[in-house]
Design a protein around this ligand. Sequence first.
Ligand SMILES: [Mn+2]
Length: 465
Amino acid sequence: MDYLDKNLREIKEHEFEVKLTQIAGNFLDLKDNLDHVLLISHRDADGYACSAILKIMLEREGINYSTRYYNRKNTWKQYLDSIIPQFDYIENLAVIFSDIGSEINELGRYFSTKNIAVFILDHHEMDIVEEEKLPHNFFFLNPTTYGYDGLKEIAGSALVYLFAKSISHNNIKTAWIALIGISNDTLMNVQDYRSYNHMVVEEAKAEEQINLKQGLMVYGATHESVKNALAYSLYPYIKEVGGDPNIAREILEQLKIPANKKVAELSSIEVEFINDRFPEKLLGKYIQFPEKKGILRYAFEHGLLISQLAFKSPHQAERLFQLRSTPIKSTEIYQNYIRNLTKNLTSFVTSPKEVTDQVLFVDATRRLSPNFWSDVASYASVNHLYDQKKVLFLGGIDGNFVKLSIRCTDQYPPLIEGKGVDLLIQKLKKIYGGMGGGHKLAGGYKIAPNRYKKLKNEIDQYFPL
Ligand SMILES: [Mn+2]
């Protein structure tokens, strides 16, 4: 809650807790009459963690459920029309949206003609809600409206974990699952977690669900040999190594550190030598699940694997929460991903950039693989690979549209006033149309190519935000 002064912060924190208790109460009032709960969650690691927590909560309550994952490609009406009729035979149905659904007014309109209880637990930035137009049986909770930073302080799965724990304290057992979502949404050193995200780490530790390890911070590649880890680490991305394990091996040889040693087995002196060798900060904490092996042993990597499987095999992605070791096929998909992503990040560093006073445009068409645009933008941002005083627009032609990933770093000056890329996207949509939205630090925007040309020429006039 960087954006609020101390007094206001305390009042708002209290209001949030009251609303949390209230919405959990609303669910408790309804639950004995429920025949089925439809879980609709975001198709990323945080979203999967949310539904995994809710599934355990519902199982404990003896309530049946189904899960769906939304990818924001369709409008809500199109999407829900393809799903809700499948549940028409159920008399007492509730829908829980998690890590998604902050289009409150739109969803309110959709459900106003249906007699279905709706719960929305989301941490994405929200439009102003027309409360009086919402159907009764429509409940929502969004920490950003209480001044919380929806990434750094409370991820979707942290919010859902709070909700589940308010339903029954037994759900404290799901803290480790929330950490999979938190680590992937925040992309920050575990030791820097704040507020509720931090609280979840403390609870998981106290419940002995996790080990919090101090060591080499190479998120994305913590399960690897140190040689590979230095090449394929996504956070921090190590510029000098540039995704090449051979370069890493040579450097490790000079440092007299066995290149094939596993990251978790490095001594603290070896970790220090490596950290001193590079400008990137490589000392940090990471979360380990003591009962799991391979990629699944590490919270961040576990989540990253889920998000990789989410599109191709959603059920396999869901199953990972229950597995102890990583299936070989999944390991291959994962290795492929981090190799390609670090390669693409290396290309980003050398890509030509069109720079205005306020913005940096990177045309990714044919330069970066479209599957990686959004991830390259995000990792370029968290790794501070571009001028932090500017907003990054990365993207290119995708079908009939220009698809853009818009980012700013956590050091972007206007953030002090709570102004980030979500606000910029809102402004741009009003002028140029198109579709999009997001968080303060990250958003997506789709726009017609001719309008994008115009936007590029006029962009500086929309600043200061
Ligand atoms: Mn999320």
